[in-house]
Design a protein around this ligand. Structure first.
Ligand code: PEP
Length: 252
């Protein structure tokens, strides 16, 4: 495959600073000889400490969200300027927990994405359908809407800083994984959509991660599929042993 595999760990609202430092230190050591692209996204409170550990290694530093405004009277929010200041390189946007628990809509996610791009970040844009949407045959339409709206106003020149993560909501943290065939079908649909929006070259290059109960046992099988270029990992990213096993999967 011409695209690099990209394995990202989303630590969600887990780990104290000391725990985050401990995990990041283990990952840096274990993945020094890894051959894929890696990212970890700790909580805001651990970013600065983890930045010192991953600096100069092959592990990128990610944030799990950002504010839609640059700065100002936005109590409780964290701005792209602050994230840049502590060394964040990538921002995860549109995670299903942001969409469904915190009611972020496509317009808000698009506003954040444009702001993050303006400040030079790489973005992982998460998309995915609810169980009832899948069961009523709307999975593709939901992903299409989230991508078209999420990328509104993004010029082709910035597409190399966009990664898409397909995360069916019913598979996140539930232990249920989409079959490799089902996941690959949606990934192919997304790649084709990127082709329609940005042309064939962009479609060939874009990294599309799969997320939803990725574990050491299913990682290789998922990533063997033509259109699955990596993983966004939640639960299994919280332990060095399981994340490293996923991160070092053998490509077939
Ligand atoms: C996620 O948080 O993006 C995720 C996919 O979680 P999990 O791996 O636990 O399903």
């Amino acid at each position: 495959m011409s695209r690099d595999y990209y394995i990202a760990g989303n630590w969600k609202m887990h780990k104290t600073r000391a725990e985050a430092v401990d995990l990041a230190t283990k990952l840096v050591a274990e993945l020094a000889d890894g051959s894929h692209k890696y990212l970890i996204a700790p909580s805001f409170t651990s970013l600065e400490a983890v930045a010192l550990i991953v600096k100069g290694t092959r592990i990128r530093l990610g944030a799990q969200n950002c504010a839609s405004e640059e700065q100002g009277a936005h109590t409780g929010e964290v701005s792209v300027l602050q994230l840049k200041d502590v060394g964040v390189q990538t921002i995860i946007l549109g995670h299903s927990e942001r969409r469904h628990i915190y009611k972020e809509d496509d317009a808000l996610i698009n506003k954040k994405l444009l702001l993050a791009l303006k400040h030079g970040f790489e973005i992982i844009l998460c998309v995915g359908e609810l169980l009832e949407e899948r069961e009523s045959g709307k999975a593709e339409a939901v992903c299409e809407r989230q991508i078209v709206e999420g990328l509104k106003g993004v010029p082709a020149a910035d597409l190399d800083r966009i990664v898409i993560a397909y995360e069916p909501v019913w598979a996140i943290g539930t232990g249920k994984t989409a079959t490799p065939e089902d996941a690959d079908a949606i990934h192919a649909y997304i790649r084709n959509l990127i082709g329609k929006l940005y042309g064939n070259e962009a479609a060939k290059k874009i990294i599309i991660q799969y997320g939803g109960s990725v574990k050491p046992e299913n990682a290789a099988e998922l990533m063997a599929k033509e259109n699955i270029d990596g993983a966004l990992v939640g639960g299994a990213a919280l332990k060095a042993e399981s994340f490293v096993a996923i991160a070092k999967f053998k490509a077939s």
